[in-house]
Design a binder for this molecule. Structure first.
Ligand code: PGA
Length: 269
């Protein structure tokens, strides 16, 4: 599967911002990138975003209910997102866990709902800074994979968004070595959970990705794409990330190009 560059608008976006999507879609149509491009937007914008994206950019939702329909005031089902034209949904962004008390079990049920509706489920995982400092970054993510990814998910229905909480919106990122180590570990845990399907699930890195860092990240082993928050809100920045996609022949060379001592993203370019 191709890498995916996914934007996450969170609770941003009014009708006027549809122009950003329209301009970006035109550019993607003129020069197609070598990655899948997905923009997850608030539910209020999905159907209009699908129209202006004109098939050049996939549109996704920000969250979904585990339920199909019923007396759940304010909730939106995966089927409703699908009906509005979405092809993916973010489930369990850390902000949902933090502000809405969502647990691994909630996430697993939302991921199953996405699957039921035919949406790609982007299941977000990632630990806090305190967990990292205590040396638990890997085990926290491993537990989240075990608890949040339903064991019957297939690779084409699932993507993982690895987003360390301290990196989200902070301008700080893990070192290249830490990203590589974590993605390898998540791959291992996915294979343990899903068997062969776990080998092909795309693992997206998220947290302060910008046009400068995207190129290095996208070349790393086991990186199936990026999940971009702030930098996806402006078409120019998001497009720069999409255009940062390495050519396939250079992607293979990466493991030798990052030294154990490198601390800065520049050294990984
Ligand atoms: P950020 O957000 O790119 O602004 O750090 C990423 C996310 O929360 O998905």
């Amino acid at each position: 599967m191709q890498q995916v560059i996914a934007g996450n608008w969170k609770m941003h976006g009014m009708a006027t911002e549809l122009r950003e999507i329209e301009g970006f879609a035109a550019s993607v149509k003129a020069t197609p990138p070598s990655a899948d491009v997905l923009l997850c937007v608030p539910a209020t914008l999905i159907s209009r975003a699908v129209q202006v994206a004109a098939g050049c950019i996939a549109i996704g939702g920000e969250d979904c209910s585990p339920e199909i329909a019923g007396a759940f005031t304010g909730d939106i089902s995966a089927e409703m997102l699908k009906g509005a034209g979405a092809s993916a949904v973010i489930v369990d962004h850390s902000e949902r866990r933090q502000y809405h008390g969502e647990t691994d079990a909630t996430v697993a049920s939302k991921a199953s709902a996405a699957r039921r509706a035919g949406l790609l489920a982007i299941i977000c995982i990632g630990g806090t800074n305190a967990q990292r400092l205590a040396g638990n970054a890997l085990s926290v993510c491993g537990d989240q994979v075990a608890g949040s990814v339903p064991e019957d998910m297939t690779a084409s229905e699932t993507a993982i968004g690895y987003e360390p909480l301290w990196a989200i919106g902070s301008g700080h990122m893990p070192t290249p070595e830490q990203v590589i180590e974590m993605h390898a570990y998540i791959r291992d845990r996915l294979v343990a959970r899903l068997g062969t399907e776990g080998k092909a699930v795309r693992i997206l890195y998220g947290g302060s990705v910008n046009p400068h860092s995207a190129r290095a990240i996208l070349k790393m082993p086991e990186v199936g794409g990026v999940l971009v928050g702030g930098a996806s809100l402006k078409a120019l920045d998001f497009e720069a990330i999409v255009r940062a996609m390495p050519h396939p022949e250079t992607a293979q060379a990466l493991p030798n190009r990052i030294t154990k001592s490198s601390q800065h993203w520049d050294t990984a370019l």
